[in-house]
Design a protein around this ligand. Structure first.
Ligand code: SF4
Length: 696
């Protein structure tokens, strides 16, 4: 160690990189600089950290950090460093110009779900009160809004029903569409812990992922067929008398309709649709249906579809029909991807929601929030559109100005050509970031903002447990918090009195009040309580309330009638049709070394060394050698990638990880087709062909 490192302090906080939210200490040297990480015996992770968590600290003082605002008047010019005054004044002038010429809704805002909840709350308030636009959405729209939609429909509340610890008590754990071992590595301690105690592990995934290799049953179904599969599993459960009729009679509505629907999904039909043996469907049904305590967790694998909401509903139907809700070891959950994937959607940065998950279309909800924000209900804009729809509006010239915070759509949105075209048509684009992402590099103004280690705030993990991140170091000179930047712009727009926040704690206290009385009740959660505990699960309506780690105990949901509203689902094929030209399936996903668009992890030495570039995973039956150049062609574009030849992928599928930008962007190939209910894009399935290429 350097001498100044021997004077280290340990700042307790959490990893920023996924919805598990592992506890960690950041090591801070005698000069007040973060220089390392140390495991922390938090009950979420019990000292464990994955490669991303171990390397996360390196971004804090990384040489690529932006330390001055960047400004240019047109995209033909290079960026130049500017003062904060100039960058803020120019931004405000452009907001005024565009809204003056084209109306308030010609300016939009896009947030992110890796922000602290305080900042997600501010994004929603800033857009509606300072910009006065209806157009605000966030990158959780690409993540798990379909699960959120299903949860609200079935249960009247949008969060996982059980804490991670409940997994250890299950007899049967079904994980659908989640590469847990790579995307949420520390969560595998619960998966394998359950298995060590005798639980049967069922993995439903087109790929034989790391966790699927350890499963008792791996269902390698075709991507885009989940609804048919789960309907067929429920068909067998009904046929073999494995439903919990008492639970269904007392705690549900809609069961008769669901039962009639799944009658049309015998295993023989689903086997044909899903490309798996009918016997395996029967086997899954028997194991899940006979278990005294069974659980199902899922992630983007079943959510990233044009029937994403419906896929999640079929899993909920399965848990409900077997009475597996509201008990230790029996329940349902969705594994959030981003660090604040859960909290990011709770506090009003979503186009259709206000803080506390209130509906922007509900007059009573609008009045409640308007009163807290100090405006008239009539001043509150109406619902806007979703993230991808906003890009289409940029293409059409309906949205001409944009502020982006904590997102990188040039890598993360589908159909890159459309995204680039939409952003190129913006007359003004400002982006907040701490590294120059591909999207920021296309902007007119870039505001250099803090990392997660330079501010305090809360995130809600995949259990809906709210945890507190603590500030470990001051930001580098020239860097400001996102909160400060939004408040400064609001002040220059004449709305400063509504944004008189000194810091995160002020914002959190307003957030708590804004959530009070809703299902997403944070009122009883304070910074002080979070600092004294390992986190508190919402709803937590009072300062004495212990929080709610497990939902639906006694079978009671958050609908007015207290019941599970079971929903009928019919399977339909994916949006991108197969043809002789495009006969195979492309599916996309993550790898253990990288996080989302890679803007952070593609700069961190050990992670880049482990996984420097993307590849295409192909089955040996196609005759490629490892490393050989493969051209991957869809209706949106083509690119050449090295082959990773493996039997872990179905012969009719290829897989490409999506963390890299054009020209090796998986999302230059994917389709911008959306789930009509949740508006999540169909990242997990599109029609493709592969060809031998000359060279990479
Ligand atoms: Fe961070 Fe998630 Fe890894 Fe835990 S599992 S260290 S939260 S990336």
């Amino acid at each position: 160690w350097r001498a100044d490192q021997t004077e280290q302090t340990l700042v307790p906080t959490h990893c920023c990189f996924c919805g598990v939210q592992c506890g960690m200490y950041l090591r801070v040297d005698g000069h007040g600089k973060v220089f390392g990480v140390e495991p922390r015996n938090h009950d979420i992770n019990r000292m464990r950290l994955c490669p991303k968590g171990i390397n996360a600290y390196q971004q804090v003082n990384h040489p690529d950090r932006l330390t001055a605002p960047l400004v240019r008047r047109s995209r033909d010019e290079p960026f130049r460093e500017a003062s904060w005054e100039e960058a803020l004044d120019h931004t405000v002038a452009e907001i005024r110009r565009i809204q003056g010429e084209r109306g308030r809704d010609a300016f939009g805002m896009l947030g992110g779900a890796s922000l602290f909840s305080e900042k997600t709350y501010l994004v929603g308030k800033f857009a509606r009160v300072a910009l006065k636009t209806r157009h605000v959405d966030y990158n959780g729209r690409l993540c798990m809004v379909s699960a959120a939609g299903a949860n609200k429909l079935a249960f009247g509340i949008d969060r996982a029903a059980n804490p991670f610890a409940d997994i250890l008590q299950t007899d049967c754990l079904l994980i659908a569409g989640s590469n847990v071992g790579e995307c949420f590595p520390v969560m595998t301690q619960y998966v394998w812990g359950a298995r060590d105690r005798g639980a049967t592990l069922i993995i439903v995934d087109p790929r034989q992922t790391a966790v699927a290799r350890t499963a008792d049953i791996h269902v390698a179904l075709k991507s885009g067929t989940d609804a048919a599969f789960f309907n067929a599993v429920l068909h067998v459960i009904v046929a073999e008398g494995l439903t919990d009729e008492a639970f269904l009679a007392e705690h549900t509505t809609g069961w008769d309709e669901v039962k009639a629907t799944v009658a049309a999904y015998p295993p023989s039909r689903a086997a044909e649709i899903c490309g798996v043996p009918a016997e395996q469907i029967v086997q899954v049904a028997r194991v899940f249906g006979r278990a005294e305590r069974a659980m199902a967790w899922h992630a983007r694998g079943i959510e990233h579809h044009t029937q994403g909401v419906e896929n999640c509903l079929t899993v909920i139907n399965l848990c409900t029909a077997t009475g597996n809700l509201g008990r230790p070891g029996a329940g349902y959950g969705t594994i959030t991807g981003q660090g604040n994937g859960q909290g990011g959607r709770e506090h009003g940065q979503k186009s259709d929601l206000l803080p506390g998950g209130r509906s922007i279309n509900d007059p009573a909800h609008r009045r409640q929030v308007a009163a807290i924000w100090g405006i008239e209900e009539s001043e509150l804009p109406q619902a806007g559109t979703s993230m991808m729809e906003m890009v289409w509006q940029m293409q059409r010239g309906e949205i001409r100005g944009l502020i982006g915070v904590c997102n990188n759509p040039f890598v993360s949105l589908p159909n890159y050509a459309v995204v680039k075209d939409g952003y190129d048509k913006l007359e003004f684009h400002a982006q907040f970031d701490f590294f120059l992402s591909e999207t920021a590099a296309n902007a007119h103004v870039v505001f250099p903002v803090t990392t997660w280690a330079e501010d305090e705030g809360v995130m809600a993990n995949a259990e809906a447990r709210v945890v507190k991140h603590n500030k470990a170091q001051d930001p580098p000179p020239g860097v400001r918090t996102d909160t400060w930047v939004m408040c400064e712009i609001a002040r220059r727009l004449g709305e400063g009195s509504k944004f008189a926040f000194e810091g995160s704690k002020d914002v959190f206290d307003e957030l708590r009040r804004a959530s009070a009385g809703t299902v997403i009740d944070y009122y009883g959660i304070t910074y002080e309580r979070l600092e004294q505990t390992g986190g508190i699960a919402w709803p937590c309506p009072s300062l004495e309330h212990p929080g709610t780690p497990r939902l639906f105990e006694g079978g009671k949901t958050y609908h007015a009638d207290g019941k599970v509203h079971m929903q009928v689902v019919e399977w339909h094929p994916p949006a991108d049709p197969y043809s002789d030209e495009y006969p195979m399936t492309l599916t996309t996903g993550r790898t253990v070394a990288h996080f989302l668009s890679g803007n952070q992890t593609r700069r961190l030495g050990g992670l880049v060394e482990q996984t420097p570039r993307p590849w295409v995973e192909v089955h040996p039956s196609h005759g490629f050698r490892n490393g050989e150049a493969v051209r991957v062609v869809t209706r949106r574009g083509s690119e050449v990638l090295p082959a990773l030849v493996t039997e872990a992928i179905r012969p009719d599928h290829v897989f490409v990880p999506y963390h890299w930008p054009y020209p090796v962007a998986a999302n230059a190939l994917t389709i911008d087709a959306l789930d009509p209910r949740s508006k999540i894009p169909e990242y997990k399935v599109c029609a493709v062909r592969i060809e031998r290429a000359e060279r990479i």
